[in-house]
Design a protein around this ligand. Structure first.
Ligand SMILES: Nc1ncnc2c1ncn2[C@@H]1O[C@H](COP(=O)(O)OP(=O)(O)OP(=O)(O)O)[C@@H](O)[C@H]1O
Ligand SMILES: [Mg+2]
Length: 486
């Protein structure tokens, strides 16, 4: 036995509306519009008919009633009572007939004279009542809403003419009116529905085709085809959707490329020192190399290199995941920098490089001292590595608009303009082969950028007036509770 739906109404709406395609929904909307229009037109027609046409009929009848009053009064005067007319419809109709009017002296038209009130049957709704409002002749069902007109004889009321209004008979007239309209309405409705179906097919064709294209492309994108693009054919919503889709596909494609490059870079960077280590160990095994101090130092340096690389990669991946922990405190950057300068001075001197620093007395900031030390070390290390002998490095610090501006300048070689913007990318190195000899993996500045950004600062690279590279770092000045007031 088929299972009955728990809620048949909900089941029907689900089947016929939510799961219906857009074409069907459009059709439903048009259908609803047609029904509303037909009902509205019908209602308006009915209202106007009742108000204007019935008003007109009642007015005609009223006039006709006034017209006959003198004749009925005259007849009463002649007979002295209403007995002459009781049970005598002929006389009553004679009295109701309009007076023959002469138009500009011309003879009246032969035959009965018909007025609109005759045509509408108004006179059939007239009744004659005696002074006590008792029925004498005419329309027998005088309702409580009938309009009464007194008949006078020497200022005393001798009877009434009652007119039962048209509102009471409207049902019959209305029915005829509606019946005549019904067929026309059915024809209009059928034509309108056919027209709606045709338009829905056309409109949905125009609307759905580009949408279907985007939908197909999305399906392929979801399947990993990042090179897919859709043609932008219009400036409307669907066109914008296509544009955004292309943007999304481009971003995904770029990210996928970056991911592949990153994996390739990481494995390459790891393979090189591992290969060197392996080669040296094999040479030791074969007795080609002696396990002396120099060999051990060389092995240790490759292990150090691997260590640093894995450590940097770890830091970067933590920073990317937003999980690199920062322990910020109110600290003075001046002693931190002075210590770093002191540590590097000796190494700079050994390479024939002069290192000078121009620092304010105190540099309050809310920062993670250990991470900033890592930042400064990276920058000093770079200048040490990538500055030709007999050059120099200068560090300048100043306060500008509640920001510490730190400028690290060194002498030649510099970095060409195209490479400047890319220095902070992971694994980016200028002349990779040259730097491989000096041991860099291209992660240092990428880490620097993450550290600075975690302090709501900025880092950028420019050409230095000293001939080499200038790295500019900005960091918010001031302690946590008095930001900007060092
Ligand atoms: N002071 C500098 N002068 C000239 N070139 C520099 C300087 N600092 C960095 N560069 C260039 O920028 C590249 C990227 O520097 P980065 O510190 O990110 O990596 P690295 O020093 O090569 O490796 P790592 O820092 O990971 O050991 C360097 O390889 C070098 O080519
Ligand atoms: Mg470096």
């Amino acid at each position: 036995m088929p299972k009955l739906p728990a809620n048949p109404i909900a089941d029907l709406t689900d089947r016929f509306f939510y799961r219906a395609n857009i074409r069907l929904k459009l059709f439903y909307a048009m259908l609803a519009l047609i029904v509303v229009l037909i009902v509205a037109i019908n209602g308006a027609g009915h209202y106007i008919f009742t108000r204007d046409f019935l008003g007109y009929l009642n007015e005609q009848a009223q006039q006709r009633m006034e017209d006959m009053v003198p004749r009925v009064e005259q007849a009463y005067r002649e007979h002295g009572s209403w007995e002459f007319i009781r049970g005598n419809p002929r006389t009553w109709f004679e009295l109701m007939k309009p007076a023959i009017v002469e138009h500009n002296g011309a003879a009246p038209a032969p035959g009965p004279i018909l007025t609109p009130s005759d045509l509408t049957g108004a006179t059939l709704r007239f009744s004659l009542l005696d002074a006590n409002r008792k029925f004498v002749i005419g329309y027998p069902n005088v309702g409580p809403d009938a309009r009464l007109r007194p008949l006078l004889q020497d200022d005393t009321i001798v009877g009434w003419i009652a007119q039962t209004p048209f509102e009471n008979v409207i049902g019959a007239v209305d029915l005829r009116f509606q019946q005549s309209q019904f067929l026309a309405q059915i024809i209009i409705a059928v034509v309108a529905i056919m027209l709606a179906a045709f338009m829905v097919v056309r409109i949905s064709g125009v609307l759905m085709k580009p949408l279907a294209r985007v939908a197909r492309a999305t399906h392929r994108l979801a399947g990993g085809d990042y090179a897919i693009r859709v043609e932008v054919e219009s400036g409307d919503e669907v066109g914008r959707l296509a544009q955004d889709f292309n943007q999304l596909a481009m971003t995904l494609e770029r990210n996928e490329k970056l991911r592949r490059e990153f994996m390739a870079d990481v494995s390459h960077e790891l393979r090189t020192p591992l290969g060197i280590l392996n080669g040296q160990l094999e040479a030791l095994e074969d007795g080609v190399l002696q396990p002396d101090e120099q060999t051990i130092r060389s092995l240790k340096s490759e292990v150090d290199h691997l260590n640093k690389l894995v450590g940097d990669l770890y830091d970067l991946s933590l920073a990317d995941a937003g999980a690199l922990a920062y322990r910020k405190a109110d600290i003075d950057l001046a002693p931190l920098l002075r210590d770093a300068v002191q540590i590097y001075e000796e190494r700079f001197r050994k390479r024939g490089l002069a290192l000078t620093a121009h620092l304010p007395g105190t540099m309050p900031a809310h920062a993670d001292g250990a991470r900033l030390q890592q930042l400064f070390n990276n920058l000093f290390e770079n200048s040490l590595r990538y500055t030709d002998r007999d050059g120099r490095m200068e560090l300048h610090c100043r306060l500008d608009q509640q920001q510490w501006i730190l400028r690290f300048d060194d002498s030649e070689p510099g970095v060409d303009a195209a490479a400047l913007a890319r220095l902070f990318e992971r694994f980016f190195r200028v002349e990779a082969s040259r730097n491989r000899a000096s041991g860099g993996a291209g992660l240092g500045l990428a880490i620097c950028r993450r550290i600075v950004e975690a302090h709501q600062g900025t880092i950028s690279a420019q050409a230095s007036p000293l001939g080499g590279l200038r790295v500019t770092v900005t960091l918010p000045a001031g302690f946590a509770d008095q930001k900007g007031q060092p």
